[in-house]
Design a protein around this ligand. Sequence first.
Ligand code: SF4
Length: 422
Amino acid sequence: MNAHDSEKMMGLLREEGYDPVGDPGEADLIVFNTCSIREKAEQKFYSQLGCTRRLKERNPLLKIAVAGCIAQQEGVRIREKAPHVDYIIGPQNIGRVGEAVARSEGGVLTEDNPGIVSADLPAERRNHVKAWVNIMYGCNNFCSYCVVPYTRGRERSRPVEKVLAEIRGLAGSGYREVTLLGQNVNSYRGEVSFPGLLRLVNDVEGLERIRFVTSHPKDLGEDLVAAMRDLEKVCEHIHLPLQSGSDRILRLMNRGYTYAEYRTKVERLRRAVPGIAITTDIIAGFPGETEADHRATVSALGEIGFDGIFAFKFSPRPMTRASEMEGQLPEGIKSERLSEILRLQDDITEKKNRALEGSVQEVLLEGPSGSDPGTATGRTRTNKIVNIPLSGDIVPGMLLQVKITKGHRHSLEGTVIVTDHR
Ligand code: SF4
């Protein structure tokens, strides 16, 4: 969500006549697009923001903008720590970045903005094969650890026609994959439900793949399972955040499902969509988490066998209920539990990737690998990274049939057996 917000701010600033520069020392404007989902991200931001003070002393015309969730959460308080900040722009107001930077006196834009759903904001996308498309903004769920409902506001769905027009435009200009974005896509309420929207997007000509993120387990219904089963462009992957394997902790988190309900939904998905990859999020060391609660999470990981997880230590966030709960755990315990979770999952992921050796996978080629110039990289429909030897007859955007020769912990290796020239 944040990365796509940055693409939109880039697009808007281009329209205002700004061009990106490689060195902050050459910039007339520096925009921080911030995330406050964890404390660490916030600390990193403040340390980088501090570095811009010297740049501004050297170049008094330099303007500094802070956008995103920290801007919303802290508002003008940011200036107490960093008086050199000129503009403060919350995530609901990023569409007004051009208007903000046109005011030489600086400004604060953190008000509620229901108009966000109808704005057609230009986005400067770095990837020319796959694109993010917002279908909704905000969240009504108030999970007890999460700051998003306070920073991004209440749920608002984009009208169907706006979403479809954007996707048709992307497909027409060569994009082959879209990822529909929302904090909880299952509660999309445009003129149709989320599965209804998937059916309409599936009909967009030229588009090859559809992904979506994030799907809340409590709202995942049979209609979504059926849409994933029936729609050929919807990829066989779902990110379904579990957060904990303990019902007691899930209740404290206000997640709205039990582990058994979650597992039943996973079973349904696996029955309906053979080979589906399931990834998840886990929080280690939630307040009051006992060793038995932690063991329940470890056992859930073993039982479900996720394709991948994002796991983090619990991080108390301002305004949230969990930050004030009793039983906050010492960092040492949180770290130990996180390490155990990550070690276990690494083994599971590696085994799953090894099991793909010898299989043939459809890979959408994205471009040269960032780490190895002799290698090109793409993803399977199940969202696994595949590296293949770079050759002259493959170009980004091609759908390739690739034989998997090696499964690693975080990626696959393969050789192209069929090149597509569509
Ligand atoms: S569903 Fe829960 S975790 Fe996700 S954004 Fe909403 S409040 Fe946060």
